[in-house]
Design a protein around this ligand. Structure first.
Ligand code: COA
Length: 430
């Protein structure tokens, strides 16, 4: 992990006194990390109130206590809590994971569990917590951050840009039997997930290296699916290597087979998995699964029929978002051969003038201007504009329309060459 210095030297433990609606100063808010059984009386009640059923029955709290006392500490997770006096009023969690951006794997922080008790809302708690989380995680080497927003405009304030939404597909059984006639090298095997978790996690590690935007939790953070052991998994192999996998549950004769993500490394893996589904074509009416946002199921085979059930709607069906926490930290990602100078404004982490040089095929980042972009032009970008280019989700010419910057035509062309369009597939859900 590369460690990025903290220029401001700000590791504040106490934020300025928040101000209540009538203008009176509230007692100083203390911010600190919380873990272990202290979560039971601090973060957990806030999360239950915001995201699940509450009040939580005492027996359930005792079960959680037993789990926290017997389980190993999860060092990939940071919980920052804001206290008013002794009382926990707001919480933000950061999950440390790995994330591919244009072929390079970076430490990334996934923001999760953002909640403020209603009596303490609109007093800046989350702004303070999220800014501190970004700062602490950047200082420990996290170059990027991603999240799933309840509402995009809330996180737009914090420099995040929207990603394309992965697709929810319902493939009809009708027509699928055609796949059984395809000659494809390789074989499939079916297991309970608990039996082959190592193979599954190894495939995730491979996809992490191969696919733009892909992210995975630590092994300890992923193993829950094996402990629950509630899914079948079909593994597709070609020349001994796992090239595809689908976790799924069956859901009643004549109904559907419910898959999670259809994970493939290419057409052989995909065809092997579709052949496995085709063996059930008289048994189920449809097969559901998630696909990466740029996948084209309409071109998979002749007479195919599916419904695209992709839904984009907060708070429960939002598309993910991402942002950059360190511009120098991006050095080394694959680029096209061009150079541009950008001025990033209005952001505590990425603001400044940067020369982005992709002429060697990988990104070099230099602070300051290296004599303009040929025309002498400079792009002026917000944090969103920078993230949009890095992830490949908005063309430079469109940035102005979204309020994410101003770019002259020549610099736009240079930036388009450095950062060609791309479709990040975040994969992990949190
Ligand atoms: C959303 C929520 C976390 C905000 O917490 P908060 O402590 O009130 O937020 P802050 O006071 O720090 O506000 C941060 C900024 O967002 C704005 N804001 C706050 N709530 C907002 C909302 N619901 N919609 C849009 N903007 C909002 C504030 O005006 C402030 O803007 P500024 O700093 O640019 O002036 C809180 O309302 C909550 O817990 N909601 C229920 C759970 C939830 O939806 N969590 C998010 C899951 S992704």
């Amino acid at each position: 992990m590369n460690t990025i210095p903290d220029p401001a030297g700000t590791q504040a433990a106490t934020s300025p006194a928040a101000t209540s609606k009538d203008g009176a100063a509230d007692p100083a808010t203390t911010i600190r990390r919380v873990s272990g059984t202290e979560l039971l009386t601090t973060a957990n009640p806030l999360w239950a109130y915001a995201f699940s059923s509450s009040p939580v029955p005492d027996e359930q709290v005792e079960r959680q206590r037993a789990e926290l006392e017997s389980g190993e500490a999860d060092d990939s997770r940071v919980n920052l809590v804001a206290f008013g006096g002794d009382e926990a009023e707001a919480v933000v969690a950061g999950i440390s994971m790995r994330h591919n951006v244009r072929g390079t794997v970076f430490p990334m922080v996934g923001i999760s569990g953002v909640a403020t008790h209603p009596k303490a809302r609109r007093r800046g708690h989350v702004r303070t917590l999220l800014t501190q989380m970004h700062e602490e995680m950047r200082d420990s080497g996290h170059v990027l951050s991603t999240l799933y927003p309840f509402r995009q405009s809330f996180y737009e304030r914090f420099g995040y840009v929207g990603f394309p939404k992965p697709r929810s597909i319902r493939l009809e059984a009708r027509g699928l039997e055609r796949m059984l006639r395809v000659e494809v090298p390789g074989e499939v095997s079916v297991h309970r997930i608990g039996e082959v978790f190592d193979d599954y996690y190894a495939l995730l590690e491979t996809l992490l290296r191969e696919r733009h935007g892909f992210s995975i939790f630590t092994r300890a953070g992923t193993v829950e699916v094996a402990k629950e052991n509630k899914h079948w998994i079909v593994l597709a192999r070609h020349e001994g290597e796992v090239v595809g996998a689908l976790l799924y549950r069956t859901n009643g004769f004549g109904n559907e087979l419910q898959g999670r993500q259809l994970l493939t490394r290419g057409p052989i893996g995909r065809t092997l998995l579709l052949q496995w589904l085709a063996r059930h074509h008289d048994q189920y009416s449809s097969f559901t699964f998630e696909l990466p946002p740029d996948e084209r199921p309409d071109l998979w085979y002749v007479d195919l029929a599916y419904d695209d059930e992709t839904k984009v709607s907060g708070p429960n069906h939002s598309a993910p978002m991402g942002r950059v926490l360190s511009v120098p930290g991006l050095a080394g990602i694959a680029t096209g051969a061009a150079r541009a100078t950008v001025e990033v404004v209005d952001d505590p982490f990425v603001a400044g003038t940067w020369t982005l040089d992709g002429r060697g095929g990988t990104l070099e980042v230099t602070p300051g201007s290296a004599g303009g972009n040929g025309s002498g032009g400079t792009a002026r970008l917000t944090s969103h504009g920078l993230a949009a280019l890095v992830y490949g989700v908005i063309d430079p010419a469109e940035l102005t329309l979204q309020g994410y910057g101003t770019v002259d035509a020549e610099t736009a062309q240079a930036l388009r060459t450095i950062f060609p369009p791309a479709a990040p597939y975040l994969f992990s859900g949190f």
